[in-house]
Write a protein that binds this ligand. Structure first.
Ligand code: PMP
Length: 425
């Protein structure tokens, strides 16, 4: 069994390689699907990503050949499931640059991971008069748990402003940090603007003020190398389904001394060392935060997804998606009447939210669907950001490494056709 404690070694990261999406597309059964008689163009990757055969097969194999509940059984099948579950944790440790197994908690998603910190660390450490800093570009998953914490404790949530072009106002962030700041909760990449935030600088500034930092890495871990030792983040949350893995699995990374001091969030089986009528004694990390039957098949699916991504190469994925975003920015900004939100291509990941003059974002998405192009429309769970941008809704195209430049060109053409439809009306 691989359940020993301690740091997990990582192999040296490969440099970026030229990425050919056609080398990988064949692994994704859904990319062969036709929508309205045309090949599907899937540009909704910020919401969730498609799954390669390898992930689907790994989960099916687990159910077909090794399936039994983890940790509690002495029998062979239970050991086989447990071994694979704990090996999945090792895979996550390696992805994050070699963190310790005790620092990796499996959750059911990014949202649960952030809520865990708000409940467990927050209730223990935050009180009346304290401040939590979040930015104007956060997803609701990194807003509401802090608002709820503020309601419970009398603390205040303060908003780090962004500039009109969607960049974090670092100067304002620096001046808002004070002895009252307990935590900065910030996204690494905006799920609407695609903005890549300067996480290391934010963490250094927060630490200089004795504040902790939680990074919402839902949109960064799937798309670029993550080296937590260089970030020195206190908490990091991300999920499996945005990185080729299944739904129902996510990860909370937390520094060991912080997690050690935090009370368990959920109570139940698996998270205890012993239970008596008088009370209970929690288990050691990471079990302390994994009450009940964990999503172990999903964790194994996630580990297979991570291995797949590492084969493609995280650096290559980041470089390729930036190229696609640049191409899309050039193509879309050349169309009169299209407004793109967020920064220029150099500060942006593969996410582009836009508006077509005179056309509601929902209509844009509906018409693009007729061209078999899947984009999302709405507030993308970032209502305060849309209020800041003074738009009720945007359409969002978001890329992954299996998308192609030909698909980006088709998006440009479909947007032009959308404009024609509305001009006729
Ligand atoms: N944070 C960000 C930046 C996101 O994009 C998302 C998903 N849209 C989440 C948090 C929440 O992820 P989940 O719904 O998988 O918990």
């Amino acid at each position: 069994m691989s359940t020993t404690s301690g740091r997990v070694k990582v192999a040296a990261q490969d440099g970026p390689r030229e990425l050919d999406p056609h080398q990988w597309r064949g692994d994704f059964p859904i990319l062969e699907k036709k929508v309205h008689d045309q090949p599907l163009i899937y540009f909704d990757n910020a919401a969730t990503t498609q799954k390669p055969r390898q992930v689907l097969e790994a989960m099916e194999k687990l159910y077909a050949e090794h399936y039994a509940n983890v940790h509690r059984g002495i029998h062979t099948l239970s050991e086989e499931s447990t071994d694979r579950y704990e090996a999945a944790r090792d895979t996550v440790c390696r992805l994050l640059g070699g963190v310790s197994r005790e620092e990796v908690i499996f959750t059911c998603g990014t949202t649960e991971a952030i809520n865990l910190v708000a409940r467990s660390w927050g209730d223990q450490n935050v009180s009346q008069g304290d401040e939590i800093l979040i930015s104007e570009m956060e997803h609701h998953a990194n807003i509401v748990p802090w608002q709820q914490l503020a309601e419970r404790t009398g603390a205040t949530v303060r908003w780090i402003p962004i500039s009109d072009d969607g960049m974090l106002d670092q100067e304002a962030c620096g001046s808002m940090l004070s002895s009252r700041t307990k935590l900065v909760a910030i996204t690494a990449v905006s799920n609407v603007l695609g903005t890549i935030n300067p996480i290391k600088q934010i963490i250094d500034a927060a630490h200089a003020n004795d504040a902790l930092v939680l990074v919402d890495a839902a949109q960064s871990v799937p798309h670029a190398p993550t080296d937590l030792q260089s970030w020195n983040a206190d908490f990091v949350a991300f999920g499996g389904h945005k990185m080729l893995g299944p739904t129902g699995i996510g990860v909370l990374y937390g520094k060991r001394q912080l997690l050690d001091a935090m009370p368990p969030c959920l109570g139940g089986g698996g998270m205890i060392r012993r239970v008596r009528k008088e009370g209970f004694e929690p288990a050691d990390l990471p079990d302390k935060f994994e009450a009940g039957t964990p999503p172990f098949v999903e964790a194994i699916g996630l580990a297979t997804a991570i291995e797949y991504l590492q084969q493609v190469g995280m650096q290559s994925i980041a470089a390729y998606e930036q190229q696609l975003a640049k191409l899309a920015m050039e193509r879309l900004s050349a169309i009169e009447g299209v407004r793109i939100f967020g920064p220029g291509a150099t500060d942006r990941a593969g996410i582009i939210s836009f508006q077509i003059d005179g056309v509601h974002a929902h209509d844009v998405a509906q018409i693009l669907d007729r061209f078999s192009i899947a984009v999302r429309a709405g507030h993308h769970c970032a209502m305060p950001l849309h209020l800041r941008l003074q738009v009720p809704a945007t359409a969002r195209a978001s890329f992954y490494f299996y998308n192609t430049s030909e698909e980006v060109e088709k998006l440009g053409v479909a947007i032009e056709e959308t404009q024609k439809v509305f001009r006729k009306k």
